[in-house]
Every structure is written in structure tokens, then in C-alpha cells.
Design a protein around this ligand. Structure first.
Ligand code: A2R
Length: 317
């Protein structure tokens, strides 16, 4: 039976992906780095990706046929605050995993979750970028992801099997309110319950981004794992909708789904000076190689997100 070792399984994406992988017939072993340990019956092991000996022991013991590497410091402001932690986790953690795979399961197929953030300044051309575009990271998170990509590609050159995915903005229930749509939905849910005044704090609403439902991103990961059984000449894949959406459009959709009248106020602290106005991806390579298409409409995703925050707000006393 195909057996996936899934790192970062307790994160926003990992929680969705582990269910999808089980549904696709994989045996899944999740790695988690902190409490709470998983309680949904899925196999799990505790693992700090920065600990080379621990990583080696887990890979040797479990002998996975596939590895999906999600574990990372994924939050840009955290990467500015703690670059050492970011590089140790995102780069050295990836190298620990690559070495362990090379040594103990050299036939395993590895999927590395990178990020569209690696393109950085290149987005300034104002067009959807494909995988051949220059990578010009603008923050420590993006730089660390690009460095890890280089490590993966180097091991691929030496015969390791796998792919690198560059997902664009993915959203849905379970995402931290540090991210824009979750922040809006949380505030709306709390306003509806009378937990905050009816004024929603926002940052830059004019930026255009490429949004996907996290479930669609996870479907793309599952399809990319299928490439393990086919000869593939491509190694790097954007996961994108190809559609430019203004942040304002998403805010309007969320506000339209609320019965409450809410004012919108710009909070200067939420404006990032280096913000790029347009970040959209070209995903034709992924579509041609796997047949993947996003299945969830944005309005549905935003509705699910808002309902999730309403449930959370209902438990606040
Ligand atoms: O903090 P925890 O216990 O929830 O674990 C986080 C895990 N992680 C680690 N795992 C092992 N050893 C470490 N030293 C370590 N540091 C962090 O990575 C968490 O479960 C996971 C990351 O989850 P999120 O921050 O929610 O990221 P998300 O949105 O699920 O993104 C998944 C991947 C990341 O690599 C992104 O950079 C990429 O997709 O685009």
C-alpha cells in the first residue's frame, strides 16, 4: 500500500490534506511538532523537522513510499521577526528530510510545498507568472522557501523523485486570522455577536491576488503525487486560479453574506510598505500534467470561512 509521510499535518493545509490523502487510499502518517496531538484516528508521530537524527529515525522506521513536506514557518511577519528560526526550519528542516529520504527510502516520491511568494518582485510586471519567471523573493519566508526549492531540485538532479509546488493564496476554515480573509471573517463574526463594535479594520484593499480554496490546493497535491507513477519532465508547478481578485472584492462578498451593517476603516498598521499590487499565477503546466481544475467557487469558500468563524464566536463568553 502507498504510504505517505505528511509533515506539518497539524497546520491549516495539513488538516485538510490528511483527510484527502486517506480518501485517495493512502496510508497516512502525520508528523506533528506540538500539542494538541491529532485525535482523529490518523497515525501520527511527533517530529521536530530541525532535528536531523529524529527525522532520520522517523523516515527509516516508517519507510514511506511518498513524502509531502508541509512543515514550515509559513507566516511572513514571523520570518522577519525570527529569521534564524525560519531558515533553520524551512531550509535545514528540508535538508534533514532530503538526506533521510536519500539514505533510507531513495525510491520515495517527495512533494515539497513551496510558495508563490518566491516570485516576489517579479510580480511587478503585472501579468500572471508561470514557472519560468524569475524568482526574486522579498522577505525571509520567501527566500527560505526558494533556498529549500534549490535543495530539492539539487537532490532531484541526483536521482531523487519528486516535485515542487508553488501554491498561490489559499483560504478556508482553519486559517489563522493573521491572513487577510480569515481576519475579515473573524471580525464580521465577532461584530455579529456584539463582541466588537461594527467597524471592520482593513489593510490595502486594492491589491490583486490569486485566491484558491484550500481544498482545491489539496486536490492539486493529491494529483501531483500521481506523477510518481508516470514519467514527468517537469518538476515545478504553480497551483493557481489564474484569476486576479481585488481584496476589496472578497471583503464585499463577505459583507454581503452578513445581515449586519458594518463600516470599514483602514488601519495604517495593516498596510505593508513593500506590498505588491498584483500577484497572479499561470497554472497551465499543472492543468496539462494532471488535469487539475479548481472545483470551489470563491463565494462558497468565503461562506464556509465565515460560518467557521461564527461557530468560534458563538463559543466566546
Ligand atoms: O506549530 P505546529 O505544531 O502546528 O506545526 C507546524 C509545522 N512546523 C513544524 N513541524 C515540525 N518541526 C518544526 N520545527 C516545525 N515548525 C513548524 O508546520 C504546522 O503544523 C506546520 C505549518 O502549518 P501552517 O503554518 O498552518 O502552514 P500552512 O498554511 O498549512 O502551509 C503548509 C505549507 C507551508 O510549508 C507553507 O509555506 C506552504 O504550505 O505554502
Amino acid at each position: 500500500m502507498n504510504h505517505v509521510l505528511l509533515t506539518g499535518a497539524n497546520g491549516f493545509v495539513g488538516k485538510v490534506l490528511r483527510t484527502k490523502l486517506c480518501g485517495a487510499g493512502y496510508r497516512v502518517t502525520c508528523t506533528v511538532s506540538s500539542e494538541p496531538l491529532l485525535r482523529d484516528g490518523v497515525e501520527h508521530v511527533r517530529l521536530d523537522i530541525r532535528d536531523a537524527a529524529e527525522v532520520e529515525q522517523v523516515v527509516q522506521q516508517l519507510q514511506p513510499t511518498h513524502v509531502v513536506h508541509l512543515a514550515a514557518i509559513s507566516h511572513v511577519p514571523t520570518s522577519f521577526r525570527d529569521p534564524l528560526l525560519t531558515w533553520q526550519t524551512n531550509v535545514m528542516g528540508s535538508l534533514n528530510l532530503l538526506e533521510a529520504v536519500k539514505r533510507h527510502v531513495p525510491e520515495a516520491f517527495v512533494l515539497f510545498a513551496s510558495s508563490s511568494e518566491v516570485y516576489g518582485e517579479a510580480f511587478k510586471v503585472g501579468e500572471p507568472l508561470d514557472e519560468g519567471s524569475a524568482c526574486q523573493p522579498m522577505n525571509p519566508y520567501a527566500a527560505s522557501k526558494l533556498a529549500a526549492e534549490l535543495a530539492f531540485v539539487q537532490y532531484f538532479r541526483q536521482g531523487l523523485r519528486g516535485v515542487v509546488a508553488r501554491p498561490f493564496n489559499h483560504i478556508g476554515p482553519g486559517q489563522s486570522p493573521d491572513f487577510v480573509t480569515a481576519s475579515f471573517a473573524k471580525q464580521i463574526a465577532e461584530i455579529e455577536r456584539g463582541l466588537q463594535p461594527p467597524v471592520l479594520q482593513v489593510g490595502n484593499l486594492e491589491a490583486c491576488r490569486d485566491f484558491l480554496d484550500v481544498r482545491d490546493v489539496c486536490d492539486a497535491y493529491v494529483k501531483l503525487l500521481d506523477l510518481a507513477d508516470r514519467p514527468a519532465d517537469q518538476r515545478i508547478f504553480n497551483i493557481a486560479s489564474g484569476q486576479a481578485r481585488k481584496i476589496r472584492e472578497l471583503l464585499d462578498e463577505l459583507l454581503a453574506q452578513s445581515p449586519v451593517s458594518i463600516a470599514v476603516e483602514q488601519d495604517p498598521q495593516r498596510l505593508r510598505p513593500s506590498d505588491i499590487p498584483f500577484a497572479v499565477g499561470d497554472c497551465r503546466r499543472l492543468q496539462a500534467s494532471t488535469g487539475w481544475q479548481p472545483a470551489h467557487a470563491l463565494g462558497e469558500t468565503l461562506g464556509a470561512l465565515l460560518n467557521d468563524w461564527r461557530e468560534k464566536a458563538a463559543t466566546v463568553r
